[in-house]
Design a protein around this ligand. Sequence first.
Ligand SMILES: Nc1ncnc2c1ncn2[C@@H]1O[C@H](COP(=O)(O)OP(=O)(O)O)[C@@H](O)[C@H]1O
Ligand SMILES: [Mg+2]
Length: 446
Amino acid sequence: MTRAIELHDVSKSYARGPRVVDRLSLAIAPGEFLVLLGPSGCGKSTVLRMIAGLEDIDEGELLLDGAYANHWQPSERGMAMVFQNFALYPNMTGRDNIGFPLRIEDPGADPAPRVCATARMLGIEDLLDRFPSQLSGGERQRVAMGRAISRHPSAFLMDEPLSNLDAKLRNHLRAEISQLTRELGVTTVYVTHDQAEAMSLGDRVAVLRGGVLQQVGTPRQVYALPRNVFSAAFIGTPRINLLRGLVRAPLDGAMTISLGKQALRLPEPLSLDHQLLRVQQGREVIVGLRSEAVRIAKHSSARPGEVAITGLVEHVEFQGHEILVHFDTGSRPAVVPDLEAPRPAARPARRRRREGPTVLDRLRERTGARRAGPVVVLEHARDDGPEPAPPEGRLPGDLVVRTTPDLRLRHGMQVPLLVDLAHLFVFDQHGDRICPSPDRLPDLDE
Ligand SMILES: Nc1ncnc2c1ncn2[C@@H]1O[C@H](COP(=O)(O)OP(=O)(O)O)[C@@H](O)[C@H]1O
Ligand SMILES: [Mg+2]
């Protein structure tokens, strides 16, 4: 039997601290593979532990197959957890590790047939007589999976089960987990901070930030129509280009989005999506361009729906099958906080440069009790002294474009670029998507 899992406005805090999960609502269908995706510390494990019954729910409801289940014991829920650190008993063989939960469940029954069937399914029959110390990381994780599967659970709850493994093994086991859970048809909630893992595994992906659900949808939906700048930036490699823009919509002229030294001139008649930008006249927005939304126009001219800009080559990243070109287009990047795990040694906060409420203040006001904080930080005021150096780890240049490896580009070249307006995202000052329209239905998978 596989479970439907529903969370309704579920909140949680530890020791009267701030909420680490804030009014989370999610409905997971029986047999579905749902990935909870978000940066470290955003509350993913807490959500999983509440579903498992290992953590109390402060507010809201957990429904299992439609029944109120907040107070059910973990054992009543019949779910199996797989953790990052394998959590095998060191003094038991693989066989006993897999059989142990079966013995607990039904001390009278012989676990051997189920252990063998599980081991066959996972291809680990030859590991059954070894102790965890005699197993590699990947083998240990297979045994841990075996322990979860052998119980025939009503749901799998997996908490970053692959994070301790090297990249090659991770990819391999990722494919195995995907195949296995599909074969078993058991509801799976899978936690990860790795967007590539989330995209490749999930039937749907739920993006979490600071305990607040940002978006839930199929991988295609969240990639193609991110609801806000956080979702846009968290999902996809190379990371989406986010530039600070200013909408100019004069009554007697063409609408443009100024990007610092250059501007995107929106073609007339304005598309329905671009018409939505009128109300942003004179306001700062964030322009989002994935690397495939811009092409290098060395030998071609603009097609309908493309607008031309130029970029100065700052850096060329050779990747074998493609190259990533970092351009300086004279625009300023928008910075999205929380994308990575919090760093222990935080850099000192920037000094305020403007009088009156800053964008940050307004965001705080707007988001109110939601401690998730602003979705975007417009990093520095305009026309205000020299540009600061790019933050650590970020290369110079503000626009990364993907291209074929045969294109020879060198540092310092000035190159014509074409922006495909069909792939243009615009987010408002709060980081919410305004273009394409937020009402646009994600029809991509249906
Ligand atoms: N037992 C606990 N006591 C106090 N704070 C906790 C406890 N567990 C987690 N937290 C805090 O709750 C937040 C969310 O943690 P967690 O759910 O583990 O996030 P994630 O799994 O996304 O990394 C973090 O700020 C973490 O420090
Ligand atoms: Mg965690």
